[in-house]
Design a protein around this ligand. Structure first.
Ligand code: PRX
Length: 635
């Protein structure tokens, strides 16, 4: 029997055709194949992009943890579900079997119940990449609580905004986290955040770094003693197909972060199906995705997708640079990783280091390589292919979003011929198209335009928590009857897609999705700042870096300005997190604005990119003279 699920290009086209011509039959068959349903569905799909309303597997009942854990207990209870690789290479890794995972999840679920958490309650998880994070996520799902994982690099203000937006009752955190040589005081950040979160009734604290922390009487509890006392059996809550599974925040072009709400059944079916096919995963393989569970990639392709397939998934606590730049490759060799999934920014950074750090490790176990989160440039693609894949591990450049829940456009390894920088073809069930500025679909090849999706897929986010209108406005209003991705793309002669980047005010920095508005809000909080505008510009490691144009209330001398730059970045770190720090700041006396007062970011982008001429039409500007001034002041 072939080890591949979709075996060749011909089979891909066959499967794809069926998925488009008979989507309901197609997804019915996928959903029937490998999952445990407490009750089957009455209808595969009902949808309306106008409202918008999407329902997959209506009538079905299930619990996703029975699919990710219990289902595997008989046949492979002793096989490894999670390999935990600690930050410190000298600390022993943990191999958590499916049986062990079952016990740990049940215990944790019972602890949550004892804290009064019920189906539908929101639980915020603010943890480093330690096993408790995956266990906490699954424990919420076990009892039907909606988890909201907040990446543990976000600041206390960002954490508080997210906790309040979805009214979380309970927060799970740790005493701290290890990042390379550093430790981070996570509990301190939580304490600060909770000063403005009245709805939080309890905090569970995992011990990781053994630091001195204070527990607030009546609110905070060490997690371990509660787990020790809890039963290791916990019946799974029976969920309806469309019950929310989790909320995950992502940046928008304006306003507060959007709490994307994902469903139970559709999300499960889609992440499991795409995991299996995009990585050609077979039982016994060791799969490693280097993302953090704080992002969608970690939700779908460290936890749910792999576990729904009975896979062995690696969780790495540390950073690629510690103890040296060879750490990723050392881990690949140590755990004999077969599928390796990372971000282009990591590849670009690693490619700058000595090749000795690669060649001294045994990478012969690798079969499939993946990238996600941003466009991969050709040079990085070739470095990855030649030095890591040794020319015989296909690279899957996977395009998708927090909102899509799972991978949408990607090669199928060993079936789809790859071309550097192309995410290639849509996965079965996905119907992408390109739209022109007038909202008409561009047919024929080659073509370039705004990337939309015409037909629903099971894992699409169902709404924005608390703001369905914003969901409609953001994704379904730009192009009638289409889901709009916010990305631009081109399609070549053969129908391959290449994602060219965002066409809105979202900037992808090191694979992190950042909205300009919250960063500008943070800058504007500085008492010396009158106004600001943030744009992205190309950066050879981060993909994009942030450039801030800042108008001061009073322009100071140079020395004072240097201090101001530090203070501004400090503010951004406090309000959002270090990932949103500005790479460059230019103080200016004005910002190019239209007559209606809107900042012309297009022009600022050109200037940030280094253009001094041909910066586009400035005739509609209220103050065209500031453009020359900004250009001549730029160092
Ligand atoms: O611009 C696209 C870019 O990342 C955006 C989604 O970011 P986020 O919701 O944080 O999810 C990232 C992980 C799935 C997209 O709108 N993006 C993601 N993957 C690719 C990509 N751009 C180019 N190529 C990709 N493979």
């Amino acid at each position: 029997m072939s080890q591949y699920h979709i075996k060749n290009l011909e089979e891909y086209f066959q499967v794809y055709r069926k998925s488009v011509q008979q989507p309901e039959t197609f997804w019915h068959e996928v959903a029937e194949e490998q999952f445990v349903w407490r009750k089957p569905w009455d209808e595969v799909l009902s949808w309306d992009f106008e409202k918008p309303e999407l329902r997959w597997f209506e009538g079905a009942e299930l619990n996703i943890t029975e699919n990710c854990i219990d289902r595997h207990l008989t046949a492979q209870g002793d096989s490894t579900a999670i390999i935990f690789e600690p930050n410190d290479p000298d600390e022993e890794p943990q191999h958590i079997s499916y049986k062990e995972l079952h016990k740990r999840v049940c215990k944790f679920a019972n602890v949550l119940k004892a804290q009064g958490i019920k189906k539908g309650d929101r639980v915020c998880i603010y943890l480093p990449m330690i096993p408790e994070l995956a266990v906490a996520v699954l424990a919420c799902a076990r009892i039907g609580a909606i988890h909201s994982v907040v990446f543990a690099g976000f600041s206390s203000t960002a954490l508080a905004t997210r906790i309040n937006d979805s009214d979380c009752k309970l927060v799970i955190t740790s005493d701290g986290s290890f990042r390379g040589k550093k430790t981070i005081d996570l509990k301190g950040i939580v304490d600060e955040a909770l000063k403005s979160c009245e709805g939080v009734e309890s905090v569970l604290v995992a011990k990781r770094i053994n630091s001195e922390i204070t527990l607030k009487e009546g609110r905070d509890h060490w997690l371990q003693p509660l787990l020790d006392d809890a039963s290791d059996e916990c019946a799974a809550e029976i969920m309806k197909a469309e019950d929310p599974l989790f909320i995950l925040y992502t940046s928008g072009s304006t306003g507060n972060p959007k709490g994307m709400v994902h469903s139970t059944a559709g999300y499960m079916v889609y992440t499991a199906y795409t995991f299996k096919n995009v990585f050609q995963y077979n039982r016994g393989d060791v799969y490693w995705c280097t993302a953090d569970i704080g992002w969608i990639t970690g939700h779908s392709y460290i936890v749910y997708g792999p576990l729904a397939n009975g896979a062995t998934t690696v969780m790495f606590e540390g950073v690629p640079t510690y103890p040296d730049w060879g750490r990723f490759w050392q881990i690949v060799g140590k755990h004999k990783v077969n599928q390796f999934y990372t971000a282009p920014t990591a590849i670009r950074a690693l490619a700058k280091e000595s090749l000795d750090l690669v060649t001294k490790h045994d990478l012969s176990s690798l079969k499939v390589l993946g990238t996600v989160g941003e466009p991969i440039n050709e040079e990085a693609w070739h470095w990855y292919d030649e030095n890591i894949g040794k020319g015989n591990s296909p690279i899957v450049d996977t395009w998708w979003q927090t909102e899509t829940g799972g991978i949408m456009i990607s090669p199928i390894p060993f079936a789809t011929p790859t071309i550097p920088t192309f995410a290639t073809l849509p996965l079965p069930g996905i119907q992408p198209c390109l739209m022109d500025e007038e909202g008409k679909e561009i047919k024929g090849n080659p073509a370039s335009g705004r990337l939309c999706i015409k037909f629903p897929w099971p894992a699409m986010a169902r709404t924005i928590w608390g703001d369905h209108q914003r969901y409609k406005d953001t994704y379904f209003s730009t192009f009638k009857n289409h889901y709009f991705t916010g990305d631009g793309a081109l399609r070549d002669q053969t129908g391959y897609y290449r994602i060219t980047g965002r066409v809105d005010d979202v900037i992808i920095v090191s694979g992190h999705n950042l909205g300009t508005a919250p960063i500008e809000d943070a800058i504007n909080e500085h008492p010396a700042v009158a106004e600001s505008a943030v744009v992205g510009y190309p950066h050879d490691i981060k993909g994009n870096a942030l450039f801030g144009f800042v108008i001061l209330k009073e322009s100071g001398e140079e020395r004072k300005q240097e201090n101001l730059k530090k203070e501004i970045n400090q503010l951004i770190t406090e309000r959002i997190g270090p990932i949103a720090k500005l790479e460059r700041i230019q103080f200016t006396r004005g910002l190019p604005k239209t007559r209606s007062g809107k900042i012309m970011r297009r022009i600022l982008r050109k200037i940030a990119e280094g253009h001094t001429k041909d910066i586009g039409d400035t005739s509609t500007l209220l103050n065209p003279e500031v453009v020359d001034e900004i250009i001549s002041d730029k160092k």
